[in-house]
Design a protein around this ligand. Structure first.
Ligand code: AP5
Length: 218
């Protein structure tokens, strides 16, 4: 089964939700550019302070910063058997840089790109109702995936919070940015023959089944 996997899709499509389970099922790390930025923001590192200027407005962090961060992360030993990338690449420059990184690290090429498609009105409901766990980034939703106890993560008991970029105005900008800067990657990966179109507008388990079936054919 494919091991260099890139999750593609608009904000709120369910990339993170699916990537976490896929990573467990396939035994390879889940590398989320958004999670790494948020961890740095929490720890107030220079990278985090810089990234916050863009993230809180719903803009993309500059390519050079993002590429360096992901290049360092996927060169670590735990990615030797493969990786589930979530949120990277997001621009044509990042996609080309990823091909180069994988080549330089002798990791082959991107094997599969599940592209999770969801209508815009559904995305807004998903993002504004999302709650994220402080400790590990576990993902919940007040309606679609509520925790057993309000405000508390089922898995590690830590506090659930609402991301600063999940307000209605920032979400709309993130969707626009996706359409302009990231959607062109659908063609890029289609031309490489690795795109897997996934219907994300169905229950979480059904989306996972569709992704697993698509990956088993790669
Ligand atoms: P990032 O963290 O990557 O955010 P995103 O791409 O906007 O994606 P999200 O995390 O918002 O959504 P998701 O698709 O993972 O959905 P989720 O599974 O949580 O990036 C944040 C910011 O960082 C960017 O805006 C940018 O500024 C910066 N950044 C990151 N990467 C970058 C890069 N490469 N270059 C430059 N800048 C970068 O699900 C959403 C909600 O829906 C949850 O509540 C979930 O429970 C629920 N849900 C999921 N699936 C379903 C379902 N099937 N049915 C019902 N509910 C569902």
């Amino acid at each position: 089964m494919a091991k260099q996997i890139v999750m593609l899709g608009p904000p709120g499509a369910g990339k993170g939700t699916q990537a976490k389970v896929l990573s467990e099922k396939l035994g390879i790390p889940h590398v989320s550019s958004g999670d790494i930025f948020r961890e740095n923001m929490r720890e107030q590192t220079e990278l985090g302070k810089n990234a916050a200027l863009y993230i809180n407005r719903g803009e993309l962090v500059p390519d050079d910063v993002t590429i360096a961060m992901i290049s360092e992360r996927i060169s670590r030993i735990d990615c030797d058997e493969g990786v589930v990338l979530d949120g990277f690449p997001r621009t044509a420059t990042q996609a080309e840089a990823l091909d180069e990184m994988l080549g330089d690290l002798n990791k082959g090429q991107v094997d599969a790109v599940p592209c999770v498609d969801v209508p815009n009105d559904v995305l807004i409901d998903r993002l504004t109702g999302r709650r994220t766990c402080r400790a590990e980034g576990h993902i919940f939703h007040i309606m679609f995936k509520p925790p057993q106890e309000a405000g508390k993560c089922d898995i590690d008991g830590s506090e659930l919070y609402q991301r600063e970029d999940d307000t209605v105005s920032t979400v709309s900008n993130r969707i626009d940015v996706y359409q302009k800067q990231t959607q062109p990657l659908i063609d890029y990966y289609q031309q490489q023959g690795v795109l897997l179109e996934i219907n994300g507008d169905q229950p979480i388990e059904a989306v996972l089944d569709e992704i697993m079936t698509a990956l088993s054919g790669v």
